[in-house]
Ligand binder design. Structure first.
Ligand SMILES: Nc1ncnc2c1ncn2[C@@H]1O[C@H](COP(=O)(O)OP(=O)(O)O)[C@@H](O)[C@H]1O
Ligand SMILES: [Mg+2]
Length: 465
């Protein structure tokens, strides 16, 4: 037998070339915003603990990008001096960093992966209260063939000015440059930021993209005390606070809208105000408006998502001072579905979804009667829903008092005589001609034209008035 010793350490190529492929450019940018936010959390931890209204007030993160440049800069305190070496390392040695604060970073890879993804040459400048550190990931260091991992840190005493981190790309990769140049990337990214950071923006954090301040677009629920109110659930599982709200955010869909949704894509399944369940960890949205089994659709006795359920919205919130206990993966793009706290949230979400899908079944064909109560109910934020429902939540049986919930209130409609549904097809030209003769627009929906013909004749025959 011989023993041969080999070098089994990591390869540069893996980190600079392969790892960045696991993350989309959008998520790579979001990861950098997360870091600014983690800085903001460290700065304002006392205000956050005391649950002050706007703990992040005055803190911001500004992004700018174009075909030729990328820069992100914040005023969130910089990387603490005693942390800078560890921050530049690939992967965390000490898992206990920040485990007493509700930050989202955890594996020590995000910043570097994003930098490698975006540019062949980048500069990071971190100004903390005790030191300014500047580091350059140049093309020589970034060369996958170069086995040297050392970096030179340029350290200078604080020079006044705002404390924070600035990351600049000095040489965008060609594919990244093309993406940054496209309007659709800008639109998608800003929409994601509005949704994903809605809860921190609402708490005073400001995010700018190419000088545009991004507004918060949080999930909201229709709530009007005795008329309509969402399903509400709160629990503590594995030291994680879990909260689930499932309710309605718009009037119920009627048959013609459902048919239209199935036959032609009207964009409502992908737009800004779409149905589905949003998952939030420590104020950061991980999954927005999901309609898959990840949030319970099509699981157990819950039906799969369908345009009939377009009015249903919900949120599952996990909060913990120790980010490692949150059910989220390193890319923050995926949830840890086997996590015990996640299962608690998921089961509650399924119960909430099921009550609402049952409701849409019960009201089928008579949806119009629910329009007024739903539409006239105000839309409330999570904080407002919590304030309104938390005090009336009752302990859930067999949960050892760890879970409490409120069942939803939904506008019940009077049972009318049994109803039937009429559906048939005709030549398009014939429908348009009839529409014209009835004084309707030729582009009117076939269902509306058919109903008008029926109503006119039924009236003439004296069946209805
Ligand atoms: N803009 C920033 N402000 C303050 N701290 C930052 C900033 N960017 C990165 N850091 C810190 O540097 C360290 C390394 O960041 P990163 O590579 O994203 O790993 P992770 O966030 O998973 O620990 C983290 O402690 C992170 O909070
Ligand atoms: Mg990070």
């Amino acid at each position: 037998m011989t023993i041969r010793t080999i070098e089994a350490g990591p390869s540069k190529r893996f980190f600079v070339e392969m790892l960045p492929r696991d993350i989309s450019l959008e998520y790579a940018v979001l990861d950098l915003i997360d870091n600014s936010l983690d800085g903001a959390i460290r700065q304002r931890i006392d205000d956050i603990r005391l649950r002050r209204g706007e703990p992040y007030k005055g803190l911001h993160c500004k992004l700018s990008f174009s075909e030729t440049e990328f820069q992100i800069t914040d005023n969130c305190g910089g990387i603490p001096a005693d942390r800078i070496d560890a921050a530049l390392k690939l992967g965390r040695d000490d898992p206990n960093i920040d485990n007493d604060k509700p930050t989202i970073g955890m594996y020590g890879i995000g910043m570097k992966r994003s930098i490698f993804k975006i540019s062949a040459d980048s500069t990071v400048v971190s100004k903390s209260d005790t030191i300014t550190t500047r580091v350059n990931y140049d093309e020589t260091w970034m060369n996958p063939e170069n086995p040297d991992w050392t970096l030179d840190l340029e350290e200078t005493p604080p020079d006044g000015g705002e404390l924070g981190v600035t990351i600049s790309a000095n040489k965008l990769w060609p594919n990244i440059s093309r993406t940054f140049a496209s309007q659709s990337f800008f639109d998608d990214l800003t929409r994601k930021i509005s949704r994903y950071y809605a809860y921190v923006i609402a708490k005073g954090f400001k995010i700018f993209v190419n000088d545009k301040e991004i507004p918060a677009l949080p999930v909201e629920f229709k709530l009007d005390d005795a008329v309509i109110s969402p399903f509400y659930y709160e629990a503590v599982a594995e030291k994680v606070n879990v909260k689930v709200i499932v309710g309605l955010f718009r009037k119920l869909t009627k048959e013609d809208e459902r048919e239209e949704a199935i036959s032609s894509n009207d964009g409502l399944e992908a737009g800004d105000l779409k149905a589905g369940i949003t998952v939030v960890c420590n104020d950061r949205v991980i999954t927005y408006a999901d309609t898959s089994s990840v949030t319970g659709w099509g699981m157990g006795n819950v039906p799969r998502y369908h345009p009939q359920f377009r009015s249903i919205t919900g949120i599952i919130i996990f909060e913990s001072d120790d980010a490692r206990t949150l059910p989220v993966s390193t890319t923050k793009g995926a949830l840890d579905l086997d996590d015990r706290a996640y299962v608690v949230g998921l089961n509650a979400a399924m119960e909430g979804i099921k009550t609402h899908t049952d409701y849409t079944n019960r009201t089928k064909g008579r949806e119009s009667a629910t329009d007024t109560p739903i539409q006239s109910a105000p839309k409330l934020s999570i904080a407002q829903v919590t304030q309104s429902l938390s005090s009336s939540a009752r302990a859930v049986r067999h949960s050892n008092g760890k879970a409490r919930k409120v069942v939803p209130t939904l506008p019940e409609i009077k049972r009318t005589a049994p109803i039937g549904r009429i559906a048939f097809s005709r030549d398009k030209a014939e429908i348009e001609r009839v529409a014209e003769l009835l004084g309707l627009s030729t582009s009117e929906k076939p269902g509306v034209v058919g109903e008008q013909v029926w109503t006119d004749l039924a009236r003439k025959l004296g069946v209805i008035d």
